[in-house]
Ligand binder design. Structure first.
Ligand SMILES: Nc1nc2c(ncn2[C@@H]2O[C@H](COP(=O)(O)OP(=O)(O)OP(=O)(O)O)[C@@H](O)[C@H]2O)c(=O)[nH]1
Ligand SMILES: [Mg+2]
Length: 246
């Protein structure tokens, strides 16, 4: 008999979405230049250098797919990758590093704001926060912006390999406390490390769950889910109900 945790891990591994193909689709400078809206999209956003491109590669299982750099502000375009021919991962430029932007203000690329607010096939945003840091104003402000604009998101605390687990947990608790007032139900949060692969199963599980829901909504029973385009529901999915003070 397997110990309970091990058994759960094996079960979740067996059901995890399998990535059979991951290819670069295009780089778009703005929303208008993004490709057709036929496939569900899952996007990564967060402060420059938080690890968006690295996490995308870790989920895709391909190290060189999105370009990674120790230099903040590296990703400058909306980079779109097609996964299993049926959904997309979107690597967005980070906030907090735009030249000329005021320090500590969640000013970010106008194209990114347009994409997050108006992309109809955007299903979910992974909002990345560095797990080794106490809550940063710029991140708190950005999460407020996501909430105010009704963008569906989950939080992902990155680079857990760099700090002790107790520090990670303390920083997550402090962050959740900072944003608690804006939500009836706190947003889901996850941890990950692109270095160790920690969190991969959980995050792919989130994607799989949404893809299953989209499939169910579109009433499709594909014989080969890898080769059929997924019909999107008419309106984009929203996150949990928000209890907004404004
Ligand atoms: N130790 C550790 N380093 C990481 C992890 N994820 C990313 N890094 C490093 O952090 C740096 C930035 O990673 P990127 O993935 O390029 O970050 P980004 O958020 O895409 O950055 P921009 O494109 O500049 O906004 C690189 O040097 C990565 O190797 C992680 O989980 N653990
Ligand atoms: Mg990047």
């Amino acid at each position: 008999m397997f110990p309970r945790d091990e058994f759960a891990a094996i079960i979740s591994f067996l059901f995890i979405v399998h990535i059979s193909s991951a290819i670069f689709h295009c780089s778009a400078p703005n929303l208008d230049a993004c490709p057709d809206e036929s496939l569900p999209e899952f996007a990564f956003i967060g402060r420059s250098n938080v690890g968006k491109s690295s996490l995308l590669n870790m989920l895709a299982g391909e190290h060189g797919l999105a370009r990674v750099s120790p230099k903040p502000g590296f990703t400058k375009l909306i980079n779109i990758f097609k996964m299993n021919k049926t959904w997309r991962l979107v690597d967005l430029p980070g906030y907090g590093f735009a030249q000329g932007a005021k320090k500590d203000t969640a000013k970010f690329n106008k194209a990114v704001a347009q994409y997050l607010k108006h992309r109809p096939n955007l299903c979910l945003v992974f909002a990345l926060i560095e797990s080794g840091l106490t809550p940063q104003e710029i991140d708190v402000e950005f999460i407020e912006w996501l909430a105010r604009n009704g963008v569906p998101f989950v939080l992902v605390f990155t680079k857990t390999d760099k700090v002790p687990p107790a520090t990670v947990q303390a920083n997550i608790a402090a962050f959740m406390k900072r944003i608690a007032a804006w939500f009836e139900k706190p947003p889901a949060n996850f941890t990950c490390s692109a270095e160790t692969g920690h969190g991969r199963q959980d995050l792919l599980g989130v994607i799989e769950e949404m893809m299953t829901a989209i499939q169910a909504e579109s009433n499709q029973t594909p014989e080969d889910p890898e080769n059929l385009p997924v019909k999107l529901p008419p309106t984009r999915k929203r996150g949990p109900d928000l209890n907004r003070p404004w």
